[in-house]
Design a protein around this ligand. Structure first.
Ligand SMILES: [Zn+2]
Length: 150
C-alpha cells in the first residue's frame, strides 16, 4: 500500500468512529514533514454541540497545539470528504502543504466546487490538492450513514 493510501485508511477509520458516535462520518489525519501522524480526528459537532467541530478543524487544532505553532508548514492533511469552505479556509490559514481528500461533496464542498476557496483572489495560501483518494470507501461510509437516518 502506498504511503498516502495508508494515511487515508487511518482517516477512514476515524470517519467510521465518527459514524459510530452518530456523527457524519468524516475523518482527517495530519502528517508532519518527517512522516509522523501528528493528529487524527473525526467529526464531533453533535458531541461538542459545536458547528465548527469538523474533522479538519479538530485535527488542525490538535496538530498546532502539539507543535506550539499557529501554522503547520510542510504538513499534509488527509480527509475523507472534500473540505467545506470553513475547513478550506482553516487549511489555508494553517499553511498546510498538501491536501488529499476522498469523496467529492457537491452539497457542501468548497474546494472543487461552491466557494472554491483556494482559487479565490483573497486566498493567501493554497495547498497542492489531490482528490479522489479512496473515494469509493469514503462515499460508502457516508451513504450507509445517511441511509440509516432515513
Ligand atoms: Zn468543514
Amino acid at each position: 500500500m502506498s504511503r498516502f493510501h495508508s494515511h487515508m485508511q487511518a482517516a477512514l477509520e476515524h470517519a467510521a468512529l465518527a459514524a459510530a458516535r452518530g456523527e457524519v462520518p468524516v475523518g482527517a489525519v495530519i502528517v508532519a514533514p518527517d512522516g509522523r501522524v501528528v493528529a487524527a480526528e473525526g467529526n464531533r459537532t453533535r458531541e461538542r454541540a459545536d458547528p465548527t467541530a469538523h474533522a479538519e478543524v479538530l485535527a488542525i487544532r490538535a496538530a498546532c497545539a502539539a507543535l506550539g505553532s499557529e501554522r503547520l508548514p510542510g504538513h499534509d492533511l488527509y480527509v475523507t470528504l472534500e473540505p467545506c469552505p470553513m475547513c478550506a479556509a482553516a487549511i489555508g490559514f494553517a499553511r498546510i502543504r498538501r491536501l488529499y481528500y476522498g469523496a467529492a461533496d457537491p452539497k457542501s464542498g468548497g474546494v472543487a466546487q461552491g466557494a472554491r476557496v483556494f482559487t479565490h483572489p483573497q486566498c493567501h495560501h493554497a495547498p497542492e490538492v489531490y482528490d479522489g483518494i479512496a473515494a469509493p470507501e469514503a462515499e460508502a461510509l457516508l451513504r450507509e450513514f445517511f441511509e440509516r437516518l432515513r
